[in-house]
Design a protein around this ligand. Structure first.
Ligand SMILES: NC(=O)c1ccc[n+]([C@@H]2O[C@H](COP(=O)([O-])OP(=O)(O)OC[C@H]3O[C@@H](n4cnc5c(N)ncnc54)[C@H](O)[C@@H]3O)[C@@H](O)[C@H]2O)c1
Length: 166
């Protein structure tokens, strides 16, 4: 009988290095790139050779991610200090990114928050979580979608949490 094994590595068939031809000269925007899942998504796109625009309000961690992505093979990594729940900040950042190139992929990853039940927290804390996990992605899509529709190409990946579904 075959015993199950634990795999913590990327399966060879979907390793980012297999996709370098698709991501050469592609611009990928990743929100919440400073740590966690966002950092690792950034690294995967870096290994695939994409140009990256990283957004986070934690600029220290974000610059660590930038260095890691450059070491992993990203031809160019741009970083932007941005709270994605703040519309005006996002407008400015998307304008800056447009100077670098056309956005091919947007990954709305910024989010997180404490795991607490709806009524086990103050309403304003709950609502801050909704803004962090939902409003930020909506703002970024509102700003980025028109260009993608015009160009008839582009991809948006939204990372959600069950925490904010009712
Ligand atoms: N980790 C999990 O088990 C898990 C499970 C389900 C869903 N998710 C979702 O995956 C995403 C990433 O989770 P994680 O565990 O890597 O989170 P994390 O807390 O480790 O990292 C989140 C990153 O996003 C940044 N960020 C947060 N709010 C921001 C904002 N308003 N503007 C800009 N940057 C912001 C933080 O500074 C941080 O760098 C989140 O959307 C989360 O809801 C995570």
């Amino acid at each position: 009988m075959v015993q199950p094994t634990l795999n913590t590595e990327v399966y060879p068939a979907i390793h980012p290095s297999n996709f370098t031809s698709q991501f050469h000269n592609k611009l990928v925007v990743i929100t919440g790139a400073g740590r966690g899942i966002g950092r690792h998504i950034s690294l995967a796109f870096a290994k695939a050779g994409a140009t990256l625009a990283l957004l986070d309000f934690d600029t220290h961690r974000q610059s660590e991610t930038k260095s890691l992505c450059e070491a992993a093979g990203a031809p160019k990594v741009y970083t932007f200090a941005c709270d994605v729940t703040k519309y005006e900040q996002c407008v400015k950042v998307v304008e800056e990114v447009a100077k670098v190139g056309e956005i091919d992929v947007l990954v709305n990853n910024a989010g997180g928050g404490p795991i607490r039940g709806f009524t086990s927290q103050k309403f304003e804390d709950f609502w801050a979580g909704v803004e962090q996990n939902f409003k930020g992605a909506m703002i970024m899509m509102h700003l980025v979608l028109p260009g993608m529709k015009e160009r008839k190409r582009g991809c948006i990946i939204n990372i959600a949490s069950r925490l904010f579904l009712f």
